[in-house]
Design a protein around this ligand. Structure first.
Ligand code: ADP
Length: 303
């Protein structure tokens, strides 16, 4: 403004002279420059405002999503023990109706009901813990032990679905720091998915292979391989999306939750291979530090 004022007072006394043109040109250039700068600044401010609004909206959607996921997760994970409680209850009633009542069977069913309700309770606490992101329940755990426990739990399902199991545990695998129930849920979900994926395969060709091994110096891996028909190219990217399912009664939350849990433990869950001969899902977890109280489990074995 100052040079503009000076130029116009000094040089514009006579119109259409060089001085007059210089003063006008200067006024024009200065005006345009100021306008362009202001315009750029305004556009930049609006762009930032728009970006912030989008981020806020996404943040709100994410929060809603995790609420949905939490509710669905509880329903999904708890369905199995609840079904076991219902079956146990009706079994108890029918054993009691006999004359004389078969009290041994009643006792067995009552124990099963007790165990199932205990498991349901543990699952609820575990899902709550997951969304609270607490480290309280994490201990040093061997992946081999988790695999054995899950295969024991699923022994009946595996037998009734005529699935053969092969395991390959790497000896002396270092432990991971994790919540045992959450790890069990991941492996359980992977093996159950594997069983379900092979339902349309001839019964002699249903094989599950569970492998544990060290990956470099800092990670341990557990993979679950099945001999199902694999996952189509378009579904490969979507299997980890919440609510994606190809099963009539599926909820599509299993893999989404399992991946969140694995990532929450500093690791990951991946689909590493899939073809018409089957799929391999792999959990990767960081080796836990042995600073505080490791209770070593028996050496890992192979079968
Ligand atoms: P749900 O089991 O309730 O469908 P998941 O998140 O566990 O939910 O799985 C999502 C989808 O991924 C399944 O519906 C299925 O289509 C696919 N899937 C998962 N595991 C396998 C597998 N081992 N083989 C083939 N498809 C699989």
């Amino acid at each position: 403004t100052l040079p503009d004022l000076t130029l116009s007072t000094v040089l514009t006394s006579v119109r259409f002279t060089l001085g007059w043109y210089t003063a006008r040109s200067y006024a024009l250039i200065a005006g345009c420059t100021v306008l362009i700068v202001l315009l750029t600044e305004t556009i930049w401010l609006y762009a930032r405002l728009a970006r912030t609004t989008v981020l806020l909206r996404r943040e709100r959607a994410n929060r809603l999503m995790s609420l949905d996921a939490a509710t669905g997760a509880i329903a999904h994970e708890i369905a199995q023990p609840l079904a076991a409680i219902a079956t146990g209850g009706s079994a108890i009633l029918s054993w009691l109706k006999r004359t004389p009542p078969d009290l041994d069977e009643v006792r067995t069913s009552a124990i099963a009901v007790g165990e199932a309700s205990h498991r349901a309770n543990e699952i609820v606490s575990s899902v709550r813990a997951l969304f609270r992101k607490t480290d309280d329940r994490r201990n040093l755990i061997h992946l081999d032990d988790v695999a054995r426990e899950v295969l024991d739990l699923l022994q009946h399902d595996l037998e009734s679905s005529q699935v053969s199991v092969a395991t390959e545990y790497q000896g002396n695998l270092p432990p991971v720091r994790a919540d045992r129930i959450q790890l069990q849920q991941i492996v359980l979900n992977l093996v159950k998915n594997a069983i379900e994926a092979m339902s349309s395969v001839p019964s002699g060709s249903r094989h599950v292979r569970v492998v544990t091994r060290l990956n470099g110096n800092s990670m341990v891996l557990l993979s679950v391989q099945d001999s199902g028909h694999g996952i189509t190219v378009e579904d490969q990217d979507r299997v980890f999306d919440p609510f994606f399912t190809t099963k009539p009664t599926g909820m599509g939350l299993g893999l989404a939750i399992c991946r969140t849990v694995a990532q929450d433990h500093g690791g990951n869950l991946r689909l590493v291979e899939t073809s018409s001969h089957g799929s391999i899902f792999e959990i990767e977890l960081p080796i836990g530090s042995t600073v505080d109280g490791l209770s070593e489990s028996p050496a890992a074995s192979g079968q």
